[in-house]
Design a protein around this ligand. Structure first.
Ligand code: SF4
Length: 620
């Protein structure tokens, strides 16, 4: 029994939800590592319940554990009570599988799913006893590596990382571990290893580049510190995802987690071109998994893991080319086994209603519409091709079939938004309730509309990356404006998000390396779990930003000149700046861009890999 295990047994009696820290779940992998085995700790910088709901963890965990050279284990951010107890007892952060301290690993790998997890990375490195800054680490320390959607601008955390992996990880990560296994056996140095892997597509080594600033302290680009490093790092692209292993044996969590279900990925990428959506841009081109493979993955996962729910993963489920036959087959399979089928991101057409009616039966859950904006003008600005006609045609059908609860999702503070667009949200909610009353003999009855508003955050590699965010005060006034009007409509409820946290998200989405000192200071002052409303330390953040001379208005609240060099220019997401500029120009004119299945829009990703989607609908 390891010394960590001895101490852990005592600590677990004192903390909430001890099952977060014990491992041993069905399909977790416990094995004996030899001296030559590459040890990889997959770290999710949030609680167990959040991290265990993330499919990417299962994918990479099983991929690495299927290799001969690498043993992958898991680690999550301990909750505050556990962190305090571990610090007091001197227990270092450890892996769930073998209770090995993280600092004994070859790699400590973080997935960056959202910007507000960055202080949790610092918390985990601190608890592990690993120096936060890459420059302070020795040959004996693990290699700290990260991937995930935020790495399209990972500059705010670049000083903490030895390696940043950009793009699809399924081929790249095992290859990096394979190369390290050779270095481990031969005893060669880390710097030689970093120089070798820097040649791989998708590998960004921050220490090989230095930000350049002019006399006014304005960012002007990067200077290479090692000539062998590429000028820009092109994202890694898995050209065909069909042969890539998808886990058939999901780790079955011991406690309730946010999403506890079998999941099969349909496709990656999106052709629709919503202008605020980073995932829809950076994961282009669309790559589909074959229907046979999806069915096989779904069945095997359900049989091996005993889950009661199956969900399909993609950015726009109805766009899957085999959508109808796939759903028909899965529906029959799930029905026979009393498994519920969940279909996120559906377009509300006749087929979808038939399917939803059948899978939800009499216990109909809420119907969701991501309208995103309250007027057609603003929906055209953001290129969200949903019209009120779509929404009301779908709603009439939904009410006829027995749905009584509708969820509407909007984004607030979108570029060019005015109070008329907010009135459009109120108007939409009012008209939906009027329609509901018509269906219910003039009474609201059980009908309800939930209006949920998130705050717009400009993200790199989108046509809105240059646009300022609303100030927290503007957001608050708009929240108040909507709240005041929506509360007068019977049956409507309203939810919104905190505005200071959204501003921080924008600061870290668009900021550069100068933010690392403020991140470290905010952590020292007690900030962690910043994505959680409870315990969010605005005071710590205000102090940390002020002490480090970070002007949040500079990063979040300024319009940026599109030709200005940006911190994220070091990474090439595959889409050209000219495409983003043209999309921004069209947005300002409220002009839409068609789904590229009706005709290629020239985003540029096909210069790096095959894209077969341009005009496929037009050709039929
Ligand atoms: S290359 Fe053309 S078809 Fe392919 S994603 Fe880009 S715009 Fe769409």
């Amino acid at each position: 029994m390891s010394s960590v295990q001895n101490e852990l047994d005592r600590l677990l009696l004192k903390v909430e939800k001890p099952a977060r820290y014990i491992g041993g779940e069905l399909h977790s992998v416990v094995r004996t590592a030899s001296a030559d085995t590459v040890r990889f700790a997959f770290c999710f910088p949030d609680l167990y319940e959040i991290g265990m709901s993330y499919m990417g963890l299962n994918i990479l965990y099983h991929l690495l554990n299927r290799t001969d050279h690498t043993y992958c284990e898991r680690c999550f951010t301990p909750a505050r009570d556990m962190s305090a107890a571990m610090k007091q007892a001197g227990v270092p952060l450890f892996t769930l599988e073998t209770k090995t301290p993280l600092r004994e690993m070859d790699f400590v790998g973080f997935t960056l799913q959202y910007e507000l997890c960055y202080t949790n990375i610092l918390a985990m490195l601190d608890l592990a006893g690993i120096p936060a800054l890459a420059k302070d680490r020795s040959e004996d320390d693990p290699i700290v590596i990260c991937g995930g959607p935020c790495v399209f601008n990972a500059e705010p955390v670049a000083d903490f990382m030895d390696v940043i992996l950009v793009g699809d990880g399924e081929e790249l990560l095992p290859e990096i571990c394979r190369i390290w296994s050779g270095y481990k056996k031969s005893g060669r140095t880390k710097i030689e290893f970093l120089q070798e892997i820097a040649a791989l597509q998708g590998v960004y080594i921050p220490k090989f580049y230095e930000p350049v600033r002019d006399d006014n302290d304005t960012f002007r680009g990067y200077r290479k510190l090692w000539d062998g490093a590429p000028d820009r790092v092109l994202k890694a692209i898995v050209r065909d995802i069909d042969p890539v292993d998808f886990p058939k044996e999901l780790i079955v969590p011991l406690i309730e987690v946010v999403h506890d279900r079998a999941v099969a990925e349909l496709f990656r990428g999106c052709t629709r071109g919503c202008r605020f959506c980073q995932a829809g841009m950076v994961y282009r081109p669309v790559r589909e998994r074959s229907m046979e493979k999806v069915v096989d993955i779904a069945r095997t996962q359900l049989e091996n893991s005993g889950q009661g729910e199956l969900s399909l993963l993609s950015l726009s489920t109805s766009d899957y080319t085999q959508f109808e036959p796939l759903v028909t087959e899965l529906m029959q399979y799930c029905k026979a086994r009393q498994v519920s089928l969940s279909l996120p991101s559906l377009r509300m057409d006749n087929f979808s209603f038939r399917v939803l009616d059948e899978i939800q039966g009499v216990r109909k859950t809420g119907l969701t519409f991501a309208a995103e904006a309250g007027t057609q003008r603003l929906r055209d600005v953001i290129n969200k091709n949903v019209t009120e006609e779509h929404i009301f045609t779908a709603l009439k059908q939904a009410f006829d079939l027995g749905w009584t609860s509708v969820k509407l999702y909007f984004m607030m503070g979108l570029p060019t938004e005015t109070y008329e667009d907010l009135d459009g949200i109120v108007d939409l909610a009012r008209r939906i309730m009027e329609l509901a009353k018509e269906h219910n003999g003039g009474n609201v009855g059980r009908y309800s509309v939930s209006v949920s508003v998130s705050n717009f955050v400009p993200k790199p590699d989108t046509p809105f990356m240059w646009v300022r965010q609303n100030t927290p005060e503007e957001f608050e006034q708009k929240h108040y404006y909507l709240k005041d009007r929506l509360k007068k409509i019977k049956g409507v409820n309203f939810r919104y998000h905190g505005s200071y946290a959204s501003m921080l998200e924008a600061v870290f989405a668009r900021g550069g390396r100068e933010l690392s000192a403020a991140l470290l200071r905010a952590y020292e002052l007690g900030a962690s779990f910043d994505a959680w409303t409870e315990g969010f330390r605005q005071d710590a953040w205000e102090q940390a930003l002020a002490e480090n001379g970070v002007d949040e208005t500079y990063f979040a609240l300024n319009d940026i000149y599109p030709d200005a060099p940006m911190p994220w220019d070091i990474v090439d997401c595959g889409i050209t700046k000219d495409f983003f500029k043209e999309e921004w120009r069209k947005a300002q004119a409220a002009a839409t861009t068609q789904d590229c299945r009706y005709g290629c829009n020239g985003c540029g990703v096909n210069a790096h890999t095959e894209c077969r989607w341009g005009g496929i609908y037009a050709d039929n």
